[in-house]
Design a protein around this ligand. Structure first.
Ligand SMILES: [Zn+2]
Ligand SMILES: [Zn+2]
Length: 272
């Protein structure tokens, strides 16, 4: 039975919001208080804070991650106002996966948070997440995306995968990269994610048209194909704007026409 858009609005949430606690956030207005107030205005029911995080008890942090430790990201608890205007607020993180089982968060620490997002494709962090030779061409990038996705879902740490299969640093060639990955391979990856209950993130950055962007080598069709396969394999999904600015909070609303087309059943949405 087709699901009406009104019904799906019940699933309005933004589970991937960065605040000023993330090093790459340069918007001083991106404070929990203002983010929550904006979410309430937009009718977003759940906000998940997912600042960048590498646990200091785990060796190997890059210089960039070093200061973004547990104590740092948990200062957010004191920044969340008592009155959240009815918005359900979750405190999680976006940690890091560097391949070979190297992950920036332990299970013990994960349990102290409401949710954990793990990215598997911060391929712009060369020398840390990837070595240059691993991403020499589109086929290499495609193979590494598949390999890292398979590995990260098996860790038993992530509630959800941040921007799954988004090749950061290679956004100009998403179409070509996805052309190197067969439907069968995607089915296999998402079938396992569904079995493990690891949620697939949908974010506007995966669908340039949702943000009014036109890109030569990156069209909405690429991720629509992938998300349709994940839907058919029975994956769970969550929505995240991955915003690093106050005004980007609730950009998940821009996904509406795409969600309409995908017609993912509401039961397949989780908000942790
Ligand atoms: Zn990320
Ligand atoms: Zn992020």
């Amino acid at each position: 039975m087709p699901v009406s858009i009104d019904e799906r609005i019940l699933y309005n949430h933004d589970i991937h919001v960065h605040t000023t606690l993330s090093e790459c956030c340069s918007d001083l207005a991106a404070t929990p208080e203002r983010v929550i107030a904006r979410a309430a205005r937009l009718g977003i029911k759940t906000v998940g804070f997912a600042n960048h995080f590498w646990d200091e008890s785990i060796p190997g942090a890059s210089t960039w991650y070093e200061s973004q430790n547990l104590e740092h990201i948990l200062t957010i608890r004191a920044q969340i106002p008592e009155d959240t205007h009815g918005v359900n607020v979750l405190v999680g993180c976006e940690s890091e996966y560097c391949g070979d089982g190297v992950v920036g968060i332990s299970r013990e620490v994960a349990e102290q948070l409401d949710f954990v997002l793990l990215p598997m494709s911060h391929f712009h962090m060369t020398g840390f997440v990837v070595q240059q030779w691993q991403v020499a061409n589109s086929r290499n990038v495609a193979e590494l995306l598949v390999q890292r996705f398979r590995e990260v879902i098996e860790l038993g740490i992530a509630n959800g995968i941040a921007h799954p299969f988004s090749p950061l640093g290679f956004k100009d060639s998403v179409d070509e990269i996805f052309g190197c990955i067969s439907d069968e391979t995607f089915q296999d990856c998402f079938g396992r994610a569904a079995e493990l209950g690891v949620s697939i993130e949908i974010q506007p950055n995966m669908l340039p048209g949702s943000l009014g962007k036109e890109m030569e080598g990156f069209h909405d069709e690429s991720f629509m194909r992938v998300l349709a396969i994940a839907r058919d394999m029975g994956c769970m999904f969550h929505l995240g704007s991955d915003t690093h600015t106050l005004v980007g909070t609730g950009n998940t609303l821009k996904l509406k026409p795409y969600l309409d087309e995908l017609a993912i059943h509401p039961d397949q949405f989780c908000s942790f």
